[in-house]
Design a protein around this ligand. Structure first.
Ligand SMILES: Nc1nc2c(ncn2[C@@H]2O[C@H](COP(=O)(O)OP(=O)(O)OP(=O)(O)O)[C@@H](O)[C@H]2O)c(=O)[nH]1
Ligand SMILES: [Mg+2]
Length: 301
């Protein structure tokens, strides 16, 4: 008899979560990691960056890479940068995890599928949101159709939101990674620093407050973080791309900005484990989403 672990090689690598916008890639990442490392909203095109979240097991370390949803349309430099970031994560991955929504197959899903075929990377498919699949009997044929589209290593139905069927998914992914020593310190959760995570939390709360076009015209940047009298002081700028959006973000008498600030602050207190003083400013940078240097300064290229 072998002792536990003996004879089974340790595996580690990058598993990229790719798919069209809004299928639940970030929700899945957070559920797998067990903490919120990537923001989630009901709106498509929420994630803008590649974000690594780590899952450590006795036999494997999986570096999941959340990516922006691959999408059509949206002619701005920001859209192109988001698609580029996702495509680069796909081709760099040891394993592609193709995330689709149960009982929905759209031309954007087909375009992602084509990119996966072109990449030649090994791929596994996840069917998310099975909790809202009606009627349930349609799930099996949907799985079979997906399996027929590509030689996936596996097709796994899950509910990221309810945390259903995640353990079999993690086991399947771990088994498909290359033999390798671990790639990251196992105490790490993500490759992203606190400034990035704070900016994203503010952007999430703001997106939840805003309608229609505005969320796509905002970016958040943490300009200052300082420890003062036992509390964390954070100054963040909300960039809008037109003067006319400023009053929308601020709201009547500053009410909207205040709500955003207090819900972001609550989450920051939990994240940082200390008191937080959050100050938000709204500033205009004309057409930042089409401006290469503005995108660069926000880590979006
Ligand atoms: N019912 C249900 N809703 C889900 C599930 N997973 C995610 N959602 C919801 O789907 C919406 C989009 O989730 P995200 O995780 O932001 O999706 P995404 O694929 O990361 O989207 P982008 O970042 O825009 O590409 C949110 O409202 C989630 O709450 C699920 O398993 N079941
Ligand atoms: Mg996302």
């Amino acid at each position: 008899m072998n002792a536990p672990g003996e004879g089974t090689a340790f595996r580690a690598g990058f598993a990229a979560l790719v798919g069209r916008p809004n299928v639940g890639k970030s929700t899945l990442l957070n559920a797998l990691v067990g903490q919120k490392v990537s923001i989630v909203t009901p709106r498509p095109q929420t994630t803008r960056h590649r974000i690594v979240g780590l899952v450590n097991r006795p036999d494997a370390q999986i570096a999941f890479v959340d990516t922006p949803g691959l999408h059509f349309g949206g002619q701005r430099a920001l859209n192109r940068a988001m698609n580029r970031a996702a495509a680069a994560a796909l081709v760099d991955a040891d394993l592609v995890v193709f995330v689709v929504e149960a009982l929905r197959w759209t031309p954007e899903d087909e375009a992602v599928m084509q990119r996966i075929r072109d990449s030649g990377r090994p791929a596994l498919a996840v069917i998310n949101k099975v909790d809202k699949a009606r009627p349930r009997e349609r799930l099996l044929p949907f799985m079979a159709e997906l399996a027929a589209r590509h030689p996936f290593s596996a097709v796994v139905p899950v509910s990221a939101q309810r945390g259903e069927n995640l353990e079999p998914l993690v086991a399947a992914i771990a088994g498909l990674l290359p033999e390798s020593p671990q790639l990251f310190d196992e105490r790490d959760l993500t490759d992203r620093d606190l400034r990035f995570r704070i900016a994203e939390i503010v952007r999430e709360k703001l997106t939840l407050e805003l309608n229609q076009e505005v969320p796509y015209g905002i970016a958040v940047e943490v300009e200052k973080m300082a420890e003062e009298e036992g509390r964390q002081v954070v100054h963040a700028v909300i960039w809008v791309d037109r003067e006319g959006q400023k009053p929308i973000v601020i709201g009547a008498g500053g009410a909207r900005l205040k709500r955003v600030g207090s819900s972001a602050r609550r989450e920051l207190v939990a994240l940082l484990g200390q008191r937080v003083h959050l100050e938000l400013w709204v500033k205009v940078r004309e057409n930042w989403a089409d401006n290469a240097s503005a995108l660069r300064s926000l880590g979006l290229e």
